[in-house]
Structure formats: structure tokens, C-alpha cells
Design a protein around this ligand. Structure first.
Ligand code: ACO
Length: 429
């Protein structure tokens, strides 16, 4: 395709406008509509941002039609097979894979930022024991700003990177703290001798009264899920982080906002909802009934873990997780009937005309909950797991935004309320 501008003509005024095409290194050509309001007096209407690029970014590339996902150019399949979560974190934050000494230094930095200020635990213990951990996470991560406010100069690249590393390091400590508060267990401190996911599993499940051996199978499975969830370009929570970031708000506030956006069942909350749905379906014989409900326009029920705004093909992360789920269950000797139910549901939905026509495939969260369940992670913590991994993406995107000239994010609207009217005194109404 050539790079001639696209010319739009307003038949009302007879005026024309040339819209330049922006080309990234990959992906669809994009029209630059910045001049539209000033030139022709129009805004564009795009609810849900289905046709809108909100920024340029060099972090993650998705081709939804082909089912491609790459971090900094590396295919997700290769990273899932050959890398580990901390290396992927370095890649997303810095743009390239580290060499040995860079990796050692990064691992050291993350390890030595895993502890949280003791006073932070009072925020956690202030919650009721049955508070949803995502509500706790949003509050506690936001409160980090209060611990580092005098040491954060947003203009300083070193300070920004330090804040980013702090969040990657402290998320597992805080997440485990929220879980332990719910269980009524004393706080567990991060052990430097462990690797990232081992350390998290140890903080989650160790108790003072007896030893706890971290299962290498569980640690590796969690590491894989964290790699797959680490970033996904401008999804709802990342766009939230960027929108909040565009105001100049501190990174802890940005990530707290991202956590809140992730919680919704249409986004990261889907992994919890998938298992709730499988529970409701209960038996393979009832799958057809629920598939029919999902197709019924008058029924709000949707197949959770199915469909994606960008992927109109199999979500490449779902393909990897599907295989991993079988392997992890086999290695842990777990025989979860929900796995059979999920497979049957997937089979029936993928053969169904409705799902085929609408290109609805299983997404990353269809099988992730089954793996987390096998690892002993309680259901209410599933979205927290997602948040730990996605923090890397959020802070990478926040850093990129901070290094790029950015205007405050400020969409417009189509106003369809009442026209001007005069105020009438209360007694006269
Ligand atoms: N079950 C049944 N029908 C569905 C589903 C589903 N899971 N998803 C989409 N559809 C249908 C819609 O009813 C709509 O039909 P219509 O054209 O007849 O109105 C059509 O497919 C398009 O759906 P939209 O909601 O317009 O698609 P959108 O891109 O806005 O939403 C989303 C994507 C939110 C992921 C949606 O597919 C969904 O709700 N899925 C279930 C929740 C889920 O799994 N979310 C996790 C996403 S991945 C992630 O965030 C990590």
C-alpha cells in the first residue's frame, strides 16, 4: 500500500482535508486525525476505542487476525519456552534482553526491593478478613505513594526506574500479605535466597509451625503464567494506567488505577469468573444448555474466557496455557473434573456456528484459573496473580509514556442531554 494521505470530503461544507497516514513498524496503517476538529469542526465517535490508537509504543505487538503476540519483537511462544518471568520483566522495561551481568544486577535489585515498610502491614490488617484481595491490592498499592513521596522526582529517569522496580518487587509481597490476612496467618517476609515465583509461593503458603517446600513444578507453572500475562499493549487496565499517568500522577496511583480496571470480569476478573461458570455448568451433560444461553441475545450470560477485542483467532497465550494446564495437572497428580468440563465446553463452542461466525475463541483466562487452582491459589486471588504479572507491563508502559512528549488524555463526548433551560426556584417547581 502506498503512503498517499487519505482525503476526506465534507459534503456539507464542500471542504476537504488530507489526513496523513502513520505507519508503525508493523500493524495496520493509522490515520492521524489530530487536525480534524480545527479544520472541519468534527470530532470522531468511537465508543470502546475499537478504531483508535491512543499512543505510539515499541513494547508489545499483537496481530489479532493471525494470533500473534510479541514482546519487544520476541514471539510469546519463544519467551514462554526459553525465558523466565524476571528476564521478560527486564526485556519489557529496558527494550532488550539482558546479558549475564545485567541480569544479575536486575535480579539483585528486584530481590532487595521485595520487603515492604512494616507500617504498610497496618494497612493490610486494617481490612476486614473477608475483603476481596483486589480491593485490598488497589488500596495498598496506592498507599505506597505515601511511603516514597519525598523521594520521587518524576523528572528523573533514575527515580522513575526505581519506582518501577519497586512495584515489580513488592507486588508479590503485598499480594501474599493480603492472602495471609484473610487466612489469619502472621505476615511472611520475602526470602532473598528464592527466585521470584518461588519466593511468592513461599510467602503465600509457609506457616511458622512447619517447613514448607516450594514445588519446582508449581514455581515454573506460575512463572509461565506470569510471562504470558506480563503485557498486552493498550488493553483496558494499561490504558487506564496511561490515562492516569498523562495527568502527571505518581506511578503508584497509576498502578492502583490499573488494578481497579483489571478487576472487572470483562478483563482480568475473567479468570475467577471462568471457574465460577464451570461450577455453575457442573456437568458435561449441561454444556450445551449453557452454550445456548451464551448465544441468546436476551440472556446476559456470556461464556467467560471466550472472546477478545483484538484476537479474532486463537489467543496465542491460550494455546500455550492449554498445553501447560494438561502438563501441570499431570505433574502435580491432580485430576480436576473442571478440566474435562472446560475441554468439552471449548470443543462445543469452537464447533458452534455462533462462535465461529463471531470469531470467538478461548482467551488467556479460559485455562489459567484451572492451573492456579491446581497450584492451590484460592479463586479470589486469581486476578491478583494477573495483577502481579501485569505490573511489569503497566510500569513499562508508564516509563515509555514518561519518556515521550505526552498530552493529558482527554476524550470528548457526543452530548445528548437537555438543551439550555432556566433555573426555577425550588418552591416554584
Ligand atoms: N460469549 C458469548 N457471546 C460473546 C462473547 C462471549 N464470551 N464475547 C462476545 N460475544 C458476542 C457479543 O454478544 C457480540 O455479539 P453481537 O455482535 O451479536 O452483539 C459479539 O460477540 C462481539 O462482542 P463484543 O462484546 O462487542 O466484543 P468486545 O470486543 O467489546 O468484547 C470481551 C470483548 C469483553 C472480551 C468479550 O468477548 C467478553 O465479554 N468475553 C467474556 C469475558 C472474558 O473472557 N474477558 C477476558 C478477556 S481477555 C483479558 O482481558 C485478559
Amino acid at each position: 500500500m502506498s503512503d498517499h494521505p487519505v482525503i476526506i470530503k465534507d459534503e456539507n461544507s464542500g471542504q476537504s482535508l488530507e489526513l496523513p497516514i502513520i505507519r508503525g513498524t508493523e500493524g495496520e496503517p493509522t490515520l492521524d486525525i489530530n487536525s480534524l476538529p480545527a479544520s472541519l469542526g468534527y470530532f470522531t465517535y468511537d465508543p470502546g476505542f475499537t478504531a483508535t490508537a491512543s499512543c505510539t509504543s515499541s513494547i508489545t505487538f499483537i496481530d489479532g487476525a493471525k494470533g500473534i503476540l510479541r514482546y519487544r519483537g520476541y514471539p510469546i511462544e519463544q519467551l514462554a519456552r526459553q525465558s523466565n518471568f524476571l528476564e521478560v520483566a527486564y526485556l519489557l522495561l529496558h527494550g532488550d534482553l539482558p546479558n549475564c551481568s545485567e541480569m544479575d544486577a536486575f535480579e539483585h535489585d528486584i530481590t532487595y526491593h521485595t520487603m515492604v515498610h512494616e507500617k504498610l502491614n497496618t494497612f493490610i490488617s486494617g481490612f476486614h478478613y473477608d475483603a476481596h484481595p483486589m480491593a485490598m491490592m488497589a488500596g495498598v498499592i496506592g498507599s505506597l505513594a505515601a511511603f516514597y513521596h519525598d523521594k520521587m522526582n518524576m523528572e528523573d529517569a533514575e527515580h522513575r526506574l526505581l519506582a518501577a522496580k519497586r512495584m515489580v518487587a513488592k507486588m508479590p509481597t503485598i499480594a501474599a500479605g493480603c492472602y495471609r490476612h484473610h487466612m489469619g496467618w502472621p505476615a511472611a517476609y520475602p526470602k532473598n535466597s528464592f527466585e521470584y515465583t518461588e519466593r511468592f509461593l513461599h510467602m503465600m503458603f509457609s506457616v511458622p509451625t512447619e517447613g514448607y517446600e516450594v514445588s519446582p513444578v508449581a514455581a515454573r507453572a506460575m512463572d509461565l503464567l506470569f510471562i504470558l500475562h506480563a503485557d498486552h499493549e493498550q488493553n483496558a487496565s494499561t490504558s487506564t494506567v496511561r490515562l492516569v499517568g498523562s495527568t502527571g500522577a505518581n506511578p503508584y496511583a497509576c498502578v492502583a488505577a490499573g488494578i481497579s480496571a483489571l478487576w472487572g470480569p470483562a478483563h482480568g476478573g475473567a479468570n475467577e469468573s471462568v471457574l465460577n461458570m464451570l461450577d455453575k455448568i457442573r456437568d458435561v451433560s449441561r454444556v450445551g444448555k449453557f452454550v445456548n444461553r451464551a448465544k441468546d441475545r436476551n440472556d446476559p450470560f456470556r461464556l467467560m474466557g471466550f472472546g477478545h477485542r483484538v484476537y479474532k483467532n486463537y489467543d496465542p497465550r491460550a494455546s500455550i496455557i492449554r498445553v501447560a494446564a494438561h502438563e501441570v495437572l499431570a505433574e502435580l497428580g491432580s485430576n480436576d473434573p473442571l478440566m474435562d468440563l472446560a475441554m468439552e465446553l471449548e470443543k462445543i463452542a469452537l464447533e458452534d456456528d455462533y462462535f465461529v461466525a463471531k470469531k470467538l475463541y478461548p482467551n488467556v483466562d479460559f485455562y489459567s484459573g484451572i492451573i492456579y487452582k491446581a497450584l492451590g491459589i484460592p479463586r479470589s486471588m486469581f486476578t491478583v496473580m494477573f495483577a502481579i504479572a501485569r505490573t511489569v507491563g503497566w510500569v513499562s508502559q508508564w516509563l515509555e509514556q514518561a519518556e515521550t512528549p505526552t498530552r493529558i488524555g482527554r476524550p470528548r463526548q457526543v452530548y445528548n442531554g437537555t438543551g439550555e433551560r432556566d433555573y426555577i426556584d425550588l418552591k416554584s417547581r
